[in-house]
Design a protein around this ligand. Sequence first.
Ligand SMILES: C[S@@+](CC[C@H](N)C(=O)[O-])C[C@H]1O[C@@H](n2cnc3c(N)ncnc32)[C@H](O)[C@@H]1O
Length: 207
Amino acid sequence: MPLSTKRVFFSSYVFDIWPSVYEPAEDSFLFAENLTVREGEKVLDVGTGCGILGIIAAKTASMVVATDINPEAVRCAKENAKLNGVADKMFFVQGDLFTPLKTGEKFDLILFNAPYLPTESFEGETFIEYAWVGGRSGRAVIDRFLKGAREHTKVGGRVLLLQSTLADVNRTLRILEDKGFNAEIVASLNLPFFETIVLVEAKARPL
Ligand SMILES: C[S@@+](CC[C@H](N)C(=O)[O-])C[C@H]1O[C@@H](n2cnc3c(N)ncnc32)[C@H](O)[C@@H]1O
């Protein structure tokens, strides 16, 4: 564990946050408070960060695959899974969005607290920047996620995606409908400076 690690508590869970890993904030907590996982579900946690969402899901799920483009996040989340007693149900892989998965591998539930900040750059220059860099529209990662999500969701399965009104929530809802989901906003939180973060839930229809 790196020397400057911070400790964050949520409900009965504890997370060590390594220096180059996203520290859970309002977005993570809004997601965690509204995270519904059914007994036995197979869950994918994309962009796991310190592991907060995947680890909470693992208490109820049969198994959780947690991925992140940031290799430090993957290592940190793995340690946090041990700390919270769910390591036996979790698998960790580093990589971009769905690329670490087998073609067509399907889940009951996919979670993504996405980077959504409008930025000049399209990619993080450091590992931690991947947590917020969203390209000019804020949608660079969100749009690529939405493109691949249906292929990895079982019929009747769900996607939970958190983003901000800074990155056109209506476009997300439209794309999800076009890709074969019924989508709605299930939770939201107003932040300063006219920004609202929203949690979108999308249920996969038969194709
Ligand atoms: C806002 S943070 C959320 C972290 C954690 N899930 C939470 O709720 O606190 C976004 C995470 O997505 C990861 N990420 C960004 N782009 C990604 C990509 N293309 N593929 C996989 N992970 C990505 C970042 O490294 C970061 O850990």
